[in-house]
Write a protein that binds this ligand. Structure first.
Ligand code: FAD
Length: 407
């Protein structure tokens, strides 16, 4: 299996407690087999647990070793495609539903975090506001339209002018859109805590247990092979395999393959120059995105390039470029590079994640949260999958918007 990122070591520097789960060493049976131990797989497992649906989760490598470890952990209800633009592409009703669902999903992740923190440990989740900066004067109109669109749905937001930005930050931009009730999280800790929480309830989670094949049986169920050796009999297979899309053989998936760069600075004594520690991004596409951390560092990501090869060699060079970008916004910041990495990042061409049943095989379900808000999409997908498997679809319109077979 291809590596999804160069060494993304920062999120593991906090005390995580137990991070090891057993390998599958015998054959067994379950209602739902969740394939993939990242944000999507673990949130799905959590939602199945909530509904008392029997499941087994298998991870080919180790829990939270994939893209979830490379993530920058911004939880935002606004997507890469602005609401007023999405309305033009898929229609007002669908776009509005998608945005409201994302807002609810951020809130839901917050509630789940509280629940699992009480029984496991900290996931470093903090509610934050986001600041989307106007990169070019011409984008000011876009931000105004977006402010009107979000406000029409009562989504919490404000539009700041140049003077107001200057009162709170050391940089000058023509305008900025503020969205409230977003959050930041340590993505690795969150995934690990979900697994620890589920283990407390004796749920079955296996590492180093790769799904290597499956057969469909006459009764419509599946005989899944793990590590070319053991078998799991399952009624449903949930493919939460992230960017390991090749194994799915799904030609209708339509996305760009990018690589993105991330830099984590050394700790900074005084971060008071960073108003309310907002999550910062911009109208430019691709955009820079940045946040602060529990141990007073800055995480900044971006410089995305279309490529299907990771750029190990130039990752340090790109992190220096990210530091320069940071210094353009915060010139007085004196800090160095502590961690950096380069990671795959898939961008769906229509801006929407893929969630739902296989066209020809409805009990094989995909959760591919591609896009900049991948973790929020993992939550949307986990909800839909729990509904599909429990036989009580509560969000049919959302399911149709995110369907793998949408045209
Ligand atoms: C640099 C970067 C920054 C990002 N920043 C943000 C952000 O700020 N906010 C946000 O919302 N999103 C962000 N994202 C996106 C987000 O991180 C991803 O969408 C999310 O982590 C994907 O989770 P996942 O579980 O789908 O995939 P993964 O975490 O990659 O998990 C998939 C797992 O499936 C396993 N697997 C694959 N095939 C098999 C098999 N056959 N058998 C068993 N296991 C298998 C893999 O080993 C892997 O561990 C970012 C992504 C990147 C790369």
């Amino acid at each position: 299996m291809k590596e999804l990122h160069t060494e993304a070591a920062y999120w593991c520097t906090f005390d995580t407690g137990i991070t090891q789960w057993p390998q599958l060493t015998s054959s067994c049976s379950t209602k739902a087999l969740v394939v993939g131990g990242g944000m999507s797989g673990l949130l799905t497992a959590y939602m199945l647990h909530e509904r008392n649906i029997d499941f087994i989760l298998v991870e080919a490598k180790e829990i939270s070793e994939g893209s979830s470890l490379a993530s920058t952990g911004l939880l935002q209800y606004c997507s890469d495609m602005m609401l007023h633009e999405l309305r033009k592409h898929i229609g007002k009703q669908k776009a509005d539903l998608f945005y409201v669902s994302c807002f609810n999903a951020v809130n839901q992740i917050g509630n789940i975090a509280k629940r699992i923190e009480a029984e496991t440990g900290d996931v470093q989740l903090h509610t934050r506001s986001s600041l989307q900066l106007c990169s070019e004067p011409i984008d000011a109109l876009k931000l105004e339209k977006e402010y009107e669109a979000l406000s029409s749905l009562q989504l919490p937001c404000e539009l700041w002018d140049q003077q107001r930005i200057a009162r709170h930050f050391p940089f000058s931009k023509r305008s900025a859109l503020i969205t409230h009730q977003d959050a930041e999280i340590n993505p690795h800790l969150f995934v690990i805590r979900l697994a620890q929480f589920l283990s407390k309830y004796n749920q079955a989670i296996f590492e180093r247990s790769k799904m290597t094949g499956f057969d469909k049986l006459a009764d419509g169920s599946y005989q899944v092979t793990i590590n070319n050796e053991h078998r799991i009999h399952a009624e449903y297979i949930i493919h939460a395999v992230g960017y390991h899309y090749e194994q799915l053989q799904q030609p209708q998936l339509n996305f760009f393959i990018n690589r993105s760069y991330v830099l984590v600075t050394d700790p900074i004594d005084d971060l008071s120059f960073w108003h309310e520690r907002m999550l910062i991004w911009e109208t430019a596409r691709p955009y820079l995105y940045m946040r602060t951390t529990k141990d007073s560092r800055i995480v900044i990501g971006g410089l995305d390039e279309r490529s299907s090869i990771l750029n190990e060699k130039d990752a340090l060079q790109k992190s220096k470029q990210l530091l320069l970008e940071l210094n353009k916004l915060f010139p007085a910041t004196e800090t160095g590079i502590a961690y950096y990495w380069n990671a795959y990042f898939h961008e769906p061409k229509d801006g929407l994640p893929y969630v739902g049943s296989d066209q020809d095989d409805p009990k094989r379900i995909y959760l591919l949260g591609y896009g900049g808000n991948g973790m929020v999409y993992s939550m949307l997908g986990a909800n839909l999958i729990a509904q599909i498997i429990s036989g009580a679809m509560e969000q049919p319109e959302l399911a149709s918007i995110l369907s793998v077979t949408r045209t």
